[in-house]
Design a protein around this ligand. Sequence first.
Ligand SMILES: Cc1ncc(C[n+]2csc(CCOP(=O)(O)OP(=O)(O)O)c2C)c(N)n1
Ligand SMILES: [Mg+2]
Length: 835
Amino acid sequence: MKTPFINTTPLNEQPRYPGDHSLEARIENIIRWNAMAMVVRANRVETGIGGHISTFASMATLYEVAFNHIFHATTRENDGDHVFFQGHASPGNYARAFLEGRLSVDELNNFRHECHSGIGLPSYPHPWLKSNFWQFPTVSMGLGPIQAIYHARFERYLTDRGLHDTSAHRVWCFVGDGETDEPESLGAISLAGREKLDNLVFIINCNLQRLDGPVRGNGNIIQELETVFGGAGWNVIKVIWGSDMDPLLAQDHEGILVRTLGEIVDGEYQNFAVKGGKYIREHLFGRDPKLLKMVEHLSDNELGKLKLGGHDPEKVYAAYKAASEHKGEPTVILARTIKGYGLGEAGEGLNITHQQKKLKDLELREFRTRFSLPISDAEIDDVPFYKPPDDSPEMKYLHARRLALGGYMPERRKECSPLTPPEPSLFKEFHEGSGEREVTTTMAFIRLLSRLLRDTTLGRLIVPIVPDEARTFGMDGLFRQVGIYSHIGQLYEPVDKEYLLYYREAKDGQILEEGITEAGSMASFIAAGTSYSTHGINTIPFFIFYSMFGLQRVGDLIWAAGDSRTRGFLVGGTSGRTTLAGEGLQHCDGNSHILAYPHPTLRAYDPAYAYELAVIVEDGLKRMFQEQRDEMVYLTIMNEPYRQPAMPEGVRDGILKGIYLLKTPLQAGREPQVHLFGSGAILNEAVKAQRILADRFDVAADVWSVTSYQALYRDALEVSRWNRMHPSDPPRIPYLSQALGNAQGVFVAATDYLKLLPESVSSWVPGRLITLGTDGFGRSDGREHLRAFFEVNANHIAYAALHGLALDGGITTERVTKALSELGINPEKEDPATA
Ligand SMILES: Cc1ncc(C[n+]2csc(CCOP(=O)(O)OP(=O)(O)O)c2C)c(N)n1
Ligand SMILES: [Mg+2]
């Protein structure tokens, strides 16, 4: 629904403003100055270091009214409001924290100079870099809004499940109007509407501009967003006009003014912001003689200064208060502002304003004068930071307001009492193997998850998250066991009610069944995995997804999860390019383990057997939730059934560090000539290849299970770096070299992922390394044919070993050539990497 282009709250419903306007304005002006000075100074030290002036300039009032009257901080007793601040408005947050005495001049001087000596300030909100300050990383456009929605929903979940009462506070999210073009910004708003998240407020800073120019030059972004949010079940509050417009609207008995305001496109509104009162008179009020008459008592200067809603504390406060009191729906505040407000010729409302980092002398003086900063002409060239004396009315007011609201913000809490991990007996059955039974690692994982959910200490803290794939992974048993979370329970009798595993929704349900949204599921994962910090409760998320639609689909959210210091398990199901049969090019994942490399806090494992998986999960729980390390585990699970062997003695350490010896040569007493590395389901192919080599070629081979190339690689790099930095010390030895000891001969590594995975550790393999992997687009077929196609089956592994031996002179070229046909390999077959 579209309403007229005026404020939603009429003048007669506007609440009394609870603060001191003139003091608040003075404080806001000082913050404006310091925020600008930070960017200008940083760019004087180093041209091109960047930073943004105009975004915060447009939203200073939106922030300040909330800081003075709305945002409750977290206290010892209560959770406070959770605020997703707009990423590139960070200078505004820093400038306020400076006045509050939380940041020093040195720190402000080190804005965007984090690697200088002293304490640096990160460009944007990064909990990883400033972990006592920033809570939510927001600067990848779109990720703030989607995280805020699922964060608010997770708060409901915590309350409904009786884990933690979050009912007293709200989630606020500042969004740029340009940012709403990101699919993640609007893609989940219907969830918030459907779930009636009245604990959630979006504030969209409608300055009508993005980086390059107008957001909707030919349209009207506020009206557009009103329909979009309204249609999704949100309470929409438009804050377009400031108090100066009230008397004009009061005279608009025929509705000409309201109609005219609604006809003007945003590109023209931008002109009104830039070209002054004369232009406004001609091009806005000049559209109708009656309008011209309405403003004949105002000078051009006065017309040029007509304040917009987002710059008027009265209007902003009215919107915040209404949003705080609104029940049954989330609220979006569409606040009209001017980008670069106060920058004058340096960029106010101009298309170049987003990139403005420098102000000329005259512009600085104008800024100073416009905002009445007590900075003399003699000092101004230096663009000094300004802080009033501690006993000034401004400083007293600033502290008093925050004291009344519980403390300073943003602030990130780090501590949470550690969890006691489950008894080791919980994992025992997975160490024993499956005997004759053929079991997939997916089945083993789901069984493990189900046992963890029953654990008396941490069972209730586990948060299983699925994007409409529970049946794919055989998780439907959990529907019955723990239920699917639904704030309103189940309003219908499920069609499968008479079956044991019926689709059970419940208010205290534990599973977050997100529907088909990996992005939304990731946002839930972040909310649950940071709850130790945001709510002081150690919830343990397990997000289980189709592995191809994880790291490559929502990689940026996983990056943000790392930045957020999220703890939890990401589980890539139906993984492996040749192990997921039938699904083909788009689904069969041979990429994700490579894509896991860049994420510094993500520890990736490709376990082959149930016992490996159990060891990894047990260790992950201990590291993340007992030792409180800010890291995540990525685990791939597969749907190929095979016998799960019992855990050999003494392999636990190797499983966790990335490699262990699984099988010695079949020929008793022989030294291995070849070493076969296998991972995931392909480990079984390596085991078969060992048999082929022994029985048909009399070659002795051992087999190694590589659970994590990433772990081996990271350890080797770390050790190499240490050795480089300590040339006169005895060199340290990477774990991979230690594990392989003085193994000689040919090494063949086969993986269901890109060859790059084993290649990454080639420098530390003490012999010729041949890598087999699944580079190229997948195909839909059965496992046997896929493995032949991608050249990762037992025959190809055996053949690669023989070829390696031939290259090293261990066998003749004739022998290896003959082996080709013996193993049924067509040397002229197409290269799957490019096929
Ligand atoms: C995913 C992503 N793409 C691009 C950018 C670069 N970027 C930073 S700010 C910005 C423009 C923002 O415009 P808007 O959302 O309207 O915010 P404003 O500064 O106008 O408040 C862009 C494109 C980014 N930070 N994230
Ligand atoms: Mg904008």
